[in-house]
Design a protein. Structure first.
Lengths: 323, 347
């Protein structure tokens, strides 16, 4: 079949779409596998309460992965998202509770700061890796400045949202994750700005020729990342109940791995919201699986690392087959 | 062209200039106690320099190459060297074992990068995760202390000059010589500047990448082993070394897009960072303030040194330079550059 229509793969998909979608599907498969294994060991996770329990720690990771995905779609990498999300939790757990207006202003300033980093990257031609690395020191400093030790309390409306039980026994975390992913997908695939982000990643020359401002596009992409990072921080505050800048430094690298698992590329130009969601959930479910298997939580990072290598090796095989 | 390159200052100058400014400020603040600050800085800096030199080699091997496993390998090196040292009673075996572990772990990265074709940042991340699992398992109920001989050597500073720092300076000279004067060094840098051209010229990609990643792993483990002997082994011993090693390498003038390695810049960057920490401690800044200032300084250095001149002069194909070219295209169509690009695209 490949011989007669080289542009089509076994699934009848155009080659480009196959390349874009297959990695995500593969990750979805891995995710399903883990869920099934978990469900076999402990059938109670299939209930609304059980699903909420295992999924709620993953929500913030999934949204932070969306943030990373937006930045990777323009060909940049954010090495500061872990501390950024941590810093947002400190703001939410202090200002948002006591003086909501100040809190909102502070969070808006965070988004603006991200846009400024985007401007620095574009204007001074510095690598995003290093610029965001420098920013991560600043987020850590600001977070420690607001809350030197973990503490504070999430605003009541956040607790109420976390306690909400939606109808049809749909777990809240899944609602949040799917909603955030759907919005990101719509934005990246169906709006003009999303198309500009992707073309900034794949072919900046072409984007410049269309008359768009590269500076503005990059700044908006960074601002979008900052906005999603703020959302991730808000959901994380709901999850941990307070603020801690050192809550999730591991997100920085886990989100990158999740985007890559979902089919993203370092060179940019590819936006894979759903794939990134599957990647984040797969990596997040590791904790649950190890607990259910009665394995030491010390082994969790090793299993996570091996899964990343295994899924990417699987993708290599799939890509060879679809070639 | 020759004249221009002779006028431009060496890339490591800025990091040393920054370190000297911080040093002068330290003298201003502390007065007499300043020389102790310098000794202390030279006692702590070599560990960061060792990790930084490995990171520098990796980064010089071309765009996208980065080793994010150094922090965890550093911690594991510390734990392992002390554990083996306790078990066998020989610190030499301990350090050798740590270096061997560093070699084995970076071999995982190398296999993942070369044969599974995983981007280096994710491959080394996976290695880092595996390493941290080993460290956590090893650290459970861990007890042990370093050999007193090693410890006293690391603290030994005749005439206020730490002996260990001198060793690392000699090692830096060696790395510098390797990069400038040996076929291997020139090949690695050529590979970093233009991978495809280097491969056409017969430079083996697997060999180049294998050597730089293995070196980085071994150096991180060695630095960790020594650092653990200097203070105490700990799972979180290396955590600061990931961001710091990348930052000092870049502040030191090494190009993140590859092809230019500046070993002395690593020293400048490390001294700058450590002296800065010392100064801020001296004037009573909290860790929060220190971290914020560090971040602002990294961004300021990027702002001043951004768009490194070598990148523009040689037209290296980094994403950033592509975009600048795109912007220039917009301002004025340049036929010569355009035709050359078309020729490049043609099969």
């Amino acid at each position: 079949m490949n011989a007669t229509s080289p542009a089509l793969t076994m699934g009848g998909l155009p080659k480009g779409s196959a390349r874009r979608i297959l990695p995500g599907l593969l990750t979805l498969l891995a995710m399903m596998l883990i869920l099934i294994v978990c469900g076999t060991i402990q059938p109670r996770i299939w209930s609304q309460g059980g699903m909420t329990l295992i999924m709620s720690p993953i929500v913030a990771l999934a949204i932070a992965t969306m943030a990373q995905m937006v930045l990777m779609s323009i060909g940049d990498i954010d090495l500061s998202i872990g501390f950024f999300v941590g810093m947002v939790t400190t703001i939410v757990a202090t200002f948002m509770r006591e003086t909501p207006l100040m809190g909102v202003l502070a969070l808006a300033a965070c988004v603006l700061a991200y846009a400024m980093i985007g401007a620095l990257v574009q204007l001074r031609e510095v690598p995003s890796l290093i610029a965001t690395l420098g920013a991560s020191f600043i987020w850590l400093g600001v977070g420690l400045f607001i809350l030197p030790v973990p503490g504070g309390l999430a605003p009541d409306w956040l607790f109420q949202y976390a306690m909400w039980r939606p109808p049809f026994s749909i777990p809240v975390p899944i609602v949040t994750m799917v909603f955030a992913t759907a919005i990101t997908w719509l934005f990246m695939q169906r709006t003009r700005l999303g198309a500009r982000f992707r073309s900034l990643g794949s072919n900046p020359t072409a984007l410049a020729r269309t008359g768009a401002s590269l500076l503005l596009t990059r700044m908006l992409a960074y601002a979008t990342t900052g906005f999603l990072g703020v959302l991730a921080g808000v959901t994380l505050t709901a999850e941990i109940g307070g603020g801690d800048v050192n809550a999730v430094p591991g997100y920085t690298l886990t989100t990158i791995a999740a985007v890559i698992l979902g089919g993203g590329m370092f060179t940019g130009g590819r936006s894979v919201a759903w794939g990134a969601l599957f990647g984040a959930v797969t990596l997040g479910l590791m904790t649950v699986l190890l607990t259910l298997l009665n394995l030491s939580s010390n082994l969790q990072p090793a299993v996570q690392g091996s899964i990343v290598i295994a899924v990417l090796a699987g993708r290599l095989v799939v890509e060879r087959l679809t070639r | 062209m020759k004249g221009l390159s002779e006028i431009s200052p060496p890339p490591w100058l800025w990091s040393f200039l920054a370190a000297i400014i911080v040093l002068l400020l330290t003298f201003l603040v502390s007065g007499v106690g300043g020389s102790q600050t310098v000794t202390l800085a030279f006692t702590i800096a070599p560990y960061l320099v060792l990790v930084g030199l490995g990171q520098m080699l990796v980064m010089s091997a071309g765009p996208g190459n980065i080793d994010v496993s150094v922090a965890k390998v550093f911690s594991l090196g510390g734990l392992l060297s002390i554990a083996i040292g306790e078990m066998t009673g020989s610190w030499v075996l301990g350090i050798a074992g740590a270096m061997l572990a560093g070699l084995a772990l970076s071999a995982i990265s190398v296999v993942a990068i070369l044969y599974v074709r995983i981007p280096p940042i994710v491959a080394t991340l996976a290695t880092s995760l595996i390493t941290s699992a080993i460290s956590l398992t090893l650290a459970k109920g861990f007890q042990g202390s370093a050999d007193p001989a090693v410890k006293s050597f690391l603290n030994w500073a005749p005439f206020g000059v730490p002996a260990f720092a001198v060793l690392v300076v000699i090692f830096t000279v060696f790395v510098s010589w390797l990069l400038k004067r040996t076929v291997w060094g020139v090949q690695t840098l050529a590979f970093g500047q233009a991978r495809r051209a280097a491969e056409y010229a017969g430079i083996s990609a697997p060999r180049t990448l294998t050597v730089v990643y293995l070196t980085s792993g071994v150096l991180a483990a060695l630095a960790g082993a020594l650092r653990a002997a200097f203070s105490a082994p700990n799972v979180e011993l290396g955590n600061d070394y990931l961001l710091d090693s990348i930052a000092v390498v870049v502040i030191g003038g090494t190009l993140i897009s590859g092809g230019r390695a500046v070993p002395w810049g690593v020293w400048g960057g490390a001294l700058f960072f450590i002296l800065l920490d010392g100064l801020l401690n001296l004037i009573g800044w909290s860790y929060a303030g220190q971290s914020m200032l560090k971040g602002l300084l990294v961004l300021a250095v990027l702002f001043l040194a951004g768009g490194s001149p070598i990148l523009r002069r040689r037209g290296a194909r980094s994403p950033a330079s592509w975009i600048s070219r795109a912007m220039r295209f917009r301002a004025q169509e340049r036929p010569s550059a355009q035709t050359s690009r078309h020729r490049r695209r043609a099969p």
